[in-house]
Write a protein that binds this ligand. Sequence first.
Ligand code: ADP
Length: 394
Amino acid sequence: MIRIGLTGGIGAGKSTVARTFVDRGAYLIDSDVIAREVVAPGTEGLAALIEAFGTDIVAEDGSLDRPALAARAFVDDEQRAVLNAITHPLVGARTWELLTAAPADAVVVQDIPLLVENGLAPMFNLVVIVYADTETRIARLAEHRGMAPADARARIAAQATDEQRRAVADVWLDNSGDPAALAEAAAVVWDERLIPFAANVTAQRIAPSRYEIVESDPSWPDQARRLAARLRLVAGAEAIGVDHVGSTAVPGLAAKDVIDLQVTVARPDDLDAVSARLVEAGFPATGYTSDEPHGDVVDPAAWIKRGHGSADPGRPANVHVRVDGAANQTFALQFRDFLIAEAQVRSEYEAVKRAAARTGEREAYLAVKEPWFAATYPRVREWAALTGWSAPAT
Ligand code: ADP
């Protein structure tokens, strides 16, 4: 199963995307529907709201009078907290119920208007954002939903900003054109990314990446940040840090378009538990359980790891689980910082990688890269000692 978070500001066009996904087989969990369901007539949710806010919040037909509830609940933070304490657990329980009922190979799409506002992005394998600019949304809400422009504007102002949405978007769908264009773009995402992603997770297969060097991409750090947030959540308490490492963490350095992340665990005994959770979360194991030893650290225990990769065909990534303070764990961080500090070495490394990538195959790539690495290893350690390098806080 993979879980997709679908969101966007009010009037952005989430319904079109949700419909496209559902038509193609998505298992939809709509949080607006659930929010209404848990306070429908006859529910314990409605009873609890009446208990807290009085019988005036019930309409003549016995249903919840939303404006009346809003008038009582949105007066201050305390009343708002009372409301949330009643509804949030009910919504959570119902969502969980629906999630556990989903087929094992489902593509679950959770339509959540306040996904960004509530900081939920790391909970999903992928976040899809639907975007249209403010004026377009206000016009559409007026035309199709009869919403007063001032009302629409106030609601938009109370929601997340476009920048906040961009920061968590793995997929950005622009709805500036007509609905057919949006549906078409959503269908491409479904066919080319979500379906292969889900199939890879089911088969425990890492999405393929190419042994090809591309120019440095300024969005790599942002992409790494999103992956790191997800990894921090899924790796559990044994993981004490997640760092962006490797060439994509070095600004300006050409690299394979594969983001490397290092998950640090406190003790060797933690490796397997964290590794199992990564598999569960869509990061299948590579099978590599150690790194190539370098320098004078010959004890294999200093080089153990658990290698993982991402199943997402739209964002190849390597995830290295290593032990805090081990030779491989400190080296990954020092090598990154060394390259950031030393322009000369950076261009040397880039040239070596370009030569190594010429064959396009892993073994040949490593055969060229490893000797340079072996020669550079002592220089990195020496640089770290001379500069008083210490591990950054993560
Ligand atoms: P959301 O669910 O994100 O709040 P909707 O999908 O309901 O937004 O879209 C808001 C309104 O704008 C709807 O009434 C919809 O029919 C209309 N709409 C959506 N996309 C377009 C579009 N590309 N062009 C014109 N109207 C649109």
